[in-house]
Design a protein around this ligand. Structure first.
Ligand code: CP3
Length: 398
């Protein structure tokens, strides 16, 4: 089947079949692009200098190796700060349309790789596509963020249809397939990262119906009707497992669990609604794919980060902006990689502030398995050339 990525035709095929020369076209990086991004690979080769049999840097770090300079990618690296993203977003018409049009979603997944030569490409989608695929009403209102038809009781829960998830989310898995084929053909050093939201964070949006400073409706439901809330969490454990397995089957090499609102909970609730459901998803995924690395992001977990790492058995823990990397290095077992945690606002600032912050993180993480990233998603006000500056700093090893 033929398709179009941007204005260039490509051939759909599974990532592990021989690539068509027509796939090669759309991923073209000029040698100058690679040099400009400060990449470690040979500027002459389009593949960033990967020798046969060599393992990808991001996968080596996730396997417990202290790779240096560390591999890097940035949360929300595809997004509105990039003019080329805004152009595709406009063409797609809406955010959900963009997430469910594989050729366009794959194109924006690859944009930051083409521009900066990141080590990881994160699937372009959203954590709220899981409730959407189960039939919950979802819209992304301009300037307002996500809006869902809130679920507050057993009747709301009963209206969800998890059996429909794989069919409705099929375009997302097709994005994974297309993107993996493109990367294998043209950027074999780059690791494709799939993702989902963790049950707690997704449930928080499902119950609240929108973003919130404190997610009171969700936190209250968990205390006042733990049976209903527990059923929602169990449903999400199964749906998220299924959703991640489909991404892995389509070619995702790593998966990440985003728990952006983990830090809203007291320790007892954190164990019950963050650690236990995440651990269950990892057990389920590992039963079928024992060697797939999983990155967990328990944002604002604070001192519970070590317990989270041990009890979920993640391969890496993503540190939020407030986490002290030296504390995390002591709290998290040495074989578990750390990821993070530059303040996205220092990336907007650029210059000396950016350089100082980035080098401090590099100094704290040297000698242990580490992946450079931000402590939260990139902000839309970020000047793209500040990301180029950051890539140079990280590639120099600090
Ligand atoms: O580049 C990438 O990181 C991959 C794509 C990605 C998006 N969202 C795209 C997106 C990923 C991994 C996410 C995760 C996500 N989505 C999280 C967890 C991480 C975090 O940021 O805490 C959460 C909580 C969401 C829910 C969500 N989606 C919100 C709150 C918003 C609105 C905020 C905003 O920035 O507008 C979104 C929309 C969204 N998801 C955008 C993007 C690029 C902006 C939408 C647009 O283009 O209009």
């Amino acid at each position: 089947m033929d398709a179009w990525i941007g204005r260039i035709p490509v051939v759909h095929r599974p990532y592990n079949t021989p690539s068509s020369s027509r796939i090669l076209i759309f991923f073209k990086m000029k040698p100058g692009d690679i040099a400009e991004a400060g990449l470690s690979g040979s500027p002459e080769s389009m593949d960033g200098g990967m020798a046969a049999g060599e393992r990808k840097p991001l996968l080596r770090a996730l396997g417990g190796e202290a790779v240096w300079p560390p591999p890097m990618w940035l949360m929300r690296q595809a997004g509105r700060y990039l003019p080329e993203y805004r152009a595709v977003r406009e063409k797609a018409g809406g955010f959900i349309a963009l997430c469910t049009t594989p050729e366009l979603a794959s194109e924006v997944t690859i944009q930051p790789i083409r521009r900066y030569g990141m080590d990881g490409a994160i699937l372009f989608s959203d954590i709220l596509m899981v409730p959407w695929a189960m039939g919950q009403g979802l819209a992304f209102a301009e300037g307002e963020g996500p809006v869902l038809d809130p679920i507050r009781d057993a009747a709301g829960l009963a209206a969800l249809d998890p059996t429909n998830l794989r069919a409705r989310a099929a375009p997302i898995f097709e994005t994974v397939r297309l993107t993996r084929a493109a990367l294998e053909a043209q950027a074999p050093r780059v690791t494709l990262i799939g993702f989902a939201g963790s049950p707690w964070t997704v449930a928080a949006y499902m119950v609240e119906g929108r973003g919130s400073k404190d997610f009171r409706a969700a936190r209250s439901l968990a205390y006042e009707d733990p049976a209903t809330f527990g059923r929602l969490i169990r449903l999400l454990v199964d749906a998220t497992t299924d959703y991640l397995l489909a991404q892995i089957e389509a070619g995702a090499e790593v998966v990440m669990l985003f728990d952006s609102w983990a830090g809203m909970l007291p320790p007892s609730q954190f164990r019950r609604w963050v650690i236990e459901p995440s651990a269950a998803i990892l057990r389920n995924v590992k039963r079928l794919h024992p060697s797939i690395p999983v990155i967990g992001f328990p944002r604002l977990a604070g001192p519970l980060i070590g317990e989270y790492a041990q009890r979920t058995a993640v391969s890496a823990v993503a540190m939020d902006t407030a986490m002290d990397p030296r504390f995390a290095a002591r709290a998290v077992p040495a074989h578990v990689a750390l990821q993070g945690n530059l303040d996205p606002l220092s990336l907007i600032a650029g210059g000396v502030a950016l350089e100082t912050e980035a080098r401090q993180i590099l100094a704290a993480m040297r000698g242990r398995p580490f992946i450079f990233n931000l402590g939260h998603g990139i902000e839309k006000e970020t000047p793209p050339e500040h990301v180029t500056q950051l890539v140079r700093i990280v590639r120099s090893g600090g």
